[in-house]
Design a protein around this ligand. Structure first.
Ligand code: DO4
Ligand code: MG
Length: 277
């Protein structure tokens, strides 16, 4: 079952049937002891005829913070080592890839998150920007993974590569994150065969395309969550992006007017136009 946040409220879909969710928002849903049981009861109450209009969709977030894991795929380790070679990146990205403690960083508050169809931004002072397509976990305040969605960890590679201490500026800015199109409510993770695909369209043509599978993800989602909740509390729950396994070649940078399409098996497709400044 999938949960959709819309201008008309929250809706649940099961096999193309649409069910209105009376709870006022995601914060309240995440506080429930048995979210799946509650949603199943809603299905029992009957569907509505109306389908969800794409233009009504909002990012599936209320007061949750968004955090992200980094260097969880070999491709990401490689690309970061290369981009930060002059800043000594050869050793710290390599070390974090194989360390027991994962890299976890704060990514966004809800106000910085774009929903389906809404623009994501390139920083005004960045020259080299990429989308990062990431399988994203939704975790309740008790640290239980209750759902999954698609995330885009927009990143300024020139800023991040210049000095690792610039990471927050490369990663956290207005419009630096997209989530959606919905949340798949499920306790069990996607299978390792699940494919993640990224397509960047420019002037109606494909400017970049790449794919990976969850089998390439080095970290176990439950362990990432366990580290995130060490000495931290998330009263509204939290989204945790699990890192990117798709990094375009060094010659590629996003441009104003591009369209970013991220598809993950079982989760659908998240599409966002790109704007600069
Ligand atoms: O350490 C830099 C960021 C890594 C990241 O965002 C990723 O691997 O997805
Ligand atoms: Mg990332």
């Amino acid at each position: 079952m999938k949960l959709w946040n819309t201008r008309k409220g929250l809706f649940l879909t099961v096999e193309n049937q649409v069910y209105p969710v009376p709870e006022p928002g995601l914060d309240a849903l995440l506080r429930l002891d048995d979210l799946t049981g509650y949603l199943k009861e809603i299905v029992g109450q009957g569907s509505v005829a109306e389908q969800i209009a794409p233009e009504d969709l909002l990012a599936p977030i209320e007061n949750q913070e968004v955090w992200a894991a980094g260097v969880t795929y070999y491709r990401s380790r490689d690309a970061r080592m290369e981009e930060s070679r002059d800043a000594g990146g050869g050793s710290f990205y390599d070390r974090v890839y194989s360390a027991e403690r994962p890299e976890l960083f704060f990514k966004a508050t809800a106000s910085r998150v774009s929903g389906p169809g809404q623009p994501v931004r390139i920083r005004r002072d960045a020259q080299w920007s990429v989308p990062e397509p990431e399988w994203t976990l939704l975790v309740n305040p008790r640290g239980e993974i209750v759902g999954y969605t698609i995330g885009n960890d927009m990143s300024s590679r020139d800023i991040e590569g210049e000095n690792p201490l610039y990471l927050p500026q490369a990663k956290v800015y207005q419009g630096s994150c997209a989530l959606g199109p919905s949340i798949r409510i499920a306790a069990e993770p996607l299978p390792p065969t699940a494919c993640i695909e990224l397509v960047v369209e420019r002037n109606g043509e494909v400017a970049f395309t790449g794919s990976t599978t969850l089998a390439e993800l080095k970290r176990d989602p439950a362990t990432l969550v366990e580290y995130l909740f060490r000495d931290n509390i998330f009263p509204h729950g939290v989204f945790l992006m699990t890192g990117t396994g798709i990094v375009p070649g060094d010659e590629f940078t996003l441009e104003h007017g591009d369209q970013v399409r991220i598809r993950i098996d079982g989760l659908g497709e998240l599409v966002n136009p790109v704007v600069r400044g």
